[in-house]
Design a protein around this ligand. Structure first.
Ligand SMILES: [Zn+2]
Length: 547
């Protein structure tokens, strides 16, 4: 039986909760039906639940959950939820017939807002001591920056605040309260200060994992490791932590930070979305067999090993505002007035893509190239993926100073000729390509922006695509909304845009350089990354059509 939950005790608990449910009056009533919990001995649901003797889940918080451990000397809380959830949290504790004034310790699994922002309120209320990971202290103490508090799961309505940590933890400590001992395991990776807490009770090893393992059935919370460092996840650390967990004796019960997130695959970086929540009446098992435990960690270890290998081989080519050399003579200079600027050197020639409007662009170009040890003494070509000001507004000064050839789509040239000096050297993008003296090939696209066109070229055996606003990287609902608004605007045409996606999809670039990198996205594409980007665009349009 591998030390599983006593079914008889489980049914006693159930009967007791049933009685409480019948007696409960007021707004918050969580219905517990015998058949809904009888399939497995311990199933986590979105409600307050007793899991074992003295171990409870406060499951009706959003988006994370919190747990309560009852000791002979008081209550220990694992994570606090958001401050706005404190009322719900306290109601759930009372519903479980526990006394909130007995909360003595609040243990925080990591610095993310949905796990910590209630802690200050609760410690003021109960004088409880707050425990947190040492390597998350910097973020907790100032309550920011936002990316460190929310990663890509931003909650725009939630204002973060500082959290005072009374006891900072590095891993290896034992936290004691009365008859209860909790071991602290440092598991950096999701955040630098991520912790797991191990409790042994009734011969059961109970592991609280926060977002190191955010859900048993879904992904391990690895999404952040695909992001640049400002989101504070780290693939190498995460890999080491999974190996740490693989080396301890397997737990019997796994209590993660987001048990309600459904069956998401872990192979591709996904942003957690509230859409992934499980329906309320379905639950997930909290018991984990040794085989499940090892398989889950082995999957994560494999995924992280591959990611670390790719970062080592190809560079961590995040388009996150910091200038970098991507490939031989191909540079990302960062963002100017929120548009990414790319420069390609071809033999002696310097090619600038999409100079945005705004004062100081030439200075930006010189400074950023200087940081990459590249002098700016010539610009031979300016290549436009569209003729709107965001992509072409920096042209006049470049022309004045360097007299470059300007590449734009045939249609765009007609417009540019009216705006730019008569002696400007224009070239239709359509004439570039095989046999041309220029290294890139133009790909005609339509449906978004002014006279759009995309460009592809080979460098270091990699296929590079510079494609302006085609496609859009859509990781959040906000990005989908903005994209659909743009597509519904005067320069948008959804049907034409869909046709363009069909043209771009088979290109399968290795390096994709868009105008608006999302969340500092990696320039390198792997596996189904490109197809996934294209498919999300199609899906967003399909779903807006249906509405
Ligand atoms: Zn988290």
């Amino acid at each position: 039986m591998n030390g599983k939950v006593d079914r008889e005790r489980g049914s006693r608990v159930l009967a007791a909760i049933g009685v409480v449910t019948l007696m409960a009056c007021g707004v918050l009533v969580w219905q517990v039906t015998p058949e809904s919990t009888s399939r497995a001995s311990l199933v986590l649901k979105k409600r307050p639940m007793q899991l074992l003797d003295g171990v409870y889940m406060l499951g009706s918080l959003s988006p994370s959950v919190a747990y309560v451990i009852d000791s002979s000397e008081g209550l220990i809380l694992v994570d606090s939820g958001l401050e706005a959830d404190c009322t719900a949290l306290l109601q759930q504790i009372k519903y479980l017939q526990l006394d909130p004034s007995r909360i003595k310790k609040v243990l925080l699994t990591h610095a993310h807002g949905d796990h910590v922002l209630g802690a200050m309120y609760l410690s003021r209320l109960t004088k409880a001591k707050v425990y947190g990971g040492k390597r998350d202290l910097d973020v907790l103490q100032i309550g920011g920056p936002r990316e460190a508090m929310f990663s890509t799961y931003d909650m725009p309505d939630v204002q973060p605040h500082p959290t005072t940590i009374d006891v900072s933890l590095s891993g290896g400590e034992t936290i004691e309260l009365g008859d209860t001992r909790i071991e602290v395991i440092a598991t950096p990776g999701h955040t630098p200060g991520s912790l797991c807490f191990l409790l042994e009770r009734d011969d059961q090893r109970i592991l609280f994992t926060g977002d190191t393992i955010s859900t048993i059935t879904g992904d391990l919370g690895t999404y952040g490791t695909y992001l640049p460092s400002r989101f504070r996840s780290n693939a190498a650390d995460y890999l080491a932590s999974l190996k740490t967990l693989r080396n301890i004796a397997p737990p019997d019960i796994l209590l993660p930070g987001h048990p309600q997130i459904g069956l998401a695959q872990s192979a591709t970086p996904v942003t957690m979305s509230p859409g992934g929540m499980m329906p309320e009446e379905e639950g997930i098992p909290a018991e984990v067999t040794e085989d499940q435990w090892r398989a889950m960690l082995d999957t994560g270890i494999k995924e992280m090993e591959l990611l670390v290998e790719r970062f080592t081989a190809d560079g961590r080519d995040f388009l996150d505002g910091k200038p970098i050399q991507l490939l031989d003579d191909l540079f990302y200079l960062g963002d100017f007035t929120s548009s990414a600027v790319y420069v390609l050197k071809d033999r002696d020639r310097l090619i600038v893509f999409d100079p945005p409007a705004g004062a100081g662009f030439l200075e930006f170009l010189e400074k950023r190239l200087g940081l990459l040890k590249q002098p700016l003494d010539r610009v031979d070509a300016v290549v436009l993926t569209s003729c709107d000001p965001e992509h072409s507004g920096g042209l006049p000064r470049l022309i004045q100073k360097y007299d470059p050839v300007v590449f734009a789509s045939q249609q765009g040239l007609t417009q540019l000729r009216q705006q730019l000096p008569r002696n400007t050297k224009f070239k239709a993008a359509e004439t570039s390509g095989d046999g041309s003296e220029w290294p890139f090939r133009a790909i005609a696209v339509t449906g978004r922006g002014v006279a759009p066109v995309a460009y592809t070229f080979q460098r270091n055996d990699k296929r590079v695509l510079i494609s302006g606003r085609f496609p859009a990287k859509l990781d959040s609902r906000g990005q989908v909304r903005e994209f659909l608004r743009d597509l519904g605007g005067p320069e948008g045409d959804a049907a034409a845009y869909l046709d363009s996606l069909d043209i771009l999809e088979p290109l399968q670039p290795d390096i994709w350089l868009p105008t608006s990198p999302v969340n500092g996205q990696n320039a390198n594409l792997y596996d189904d990354g490109w197809r996934d980007v294209i498919e999300r665009n199609r899906k967003a349009i399909r779903e807006s059509d249906r509405r």
